[in-house]
Design a protein around this ligand. Structure first.
Ligand SMILES: Nc1ncnc2c1ncn2[C@@H]1O[C@H](COP(=O)(O)OP(=O)(O)OP(=O)(O)O)[C@@H](O)[C@H]1O
Ligand SMILES: [Mg+2]
Length: 145
């Protein structure tokens, strides 16, 4: 049983990847396999980068682990996403040019989060914020080391 919340600051590109790197270590300590910790790390990395790049006031990464699931939740309070289908389309990005110069903005983050999840939920309202919840099913793990 593990439950942790990490705050991600808006614009804090320098620390991009910190939360997800730390998460992978914590998951391994908790007995999660390398394979699932890597998937969780990808989800958390893409999630925290989006909070850094797009969430006006940053947001939170919340992770809960039990015997059955790794649950990764990302919350922010704005600006929200106008068209979720468009945002989920591979290649679609509104990343600013300076982020693109650092290698972000391929428009693959959300789809990578979905692909690395056994269950994926996203909800967003313009002017309110975005909530993403990803579950990885530990019982489907075929590599228990
Ligand atoms: N938390 C968020 N708040 C507001 N808009 C968001 C948020 N997350 C994603 N978006 C919007 O959805 C688009 C697609 O996000 P996605 O993570 O798939 O790609 P990207 O961040 O543009 O590029 P990449 O993740 O490949 O570096 C973003 O460009 C942005 O417009
Ligand atoms: Mg992204």
């Amino acid at each position: 049983m593990l439950e942790i919340t990490y705050s991600v600051r808006a614009g804090d590109i320098e620390h991009g990847g910190t939360a997800s790197a730390w998460l992978k270590v914590e998951l391994r300590k908790e007995g999660v396999s390398e394979q699932l910790a890597r998937r969780a790390g990808v989800i958390a990395f893409e999630g925290e980068m989006n909070l850094i790049l797009y969430a006006t006031r940053g947001g939170t990464l919340h992770v809960a682990v039990d015997d059955a699931y790794i649950e990764i939740e990302l919350n922010d309070d704005g600006p929200g996403i106008e068209d979720l289908d468009l945002a989920m389309t591979p290649g679609y990005s509104t990343a600013p040019y300076w982020a693109a110069n650092l290698g972000f903005g391929a428009g693959m983050g959300l789809i990578n989060m979905e692909r690395n999840s056994d269950r994926f939920e996203i909800s967003s309202h313009l002017g309110e914020g975005t909530r993403i919840v990803c579950w990885i099913d530990r019982r489907k793990d075929d590599n228990s080391t």
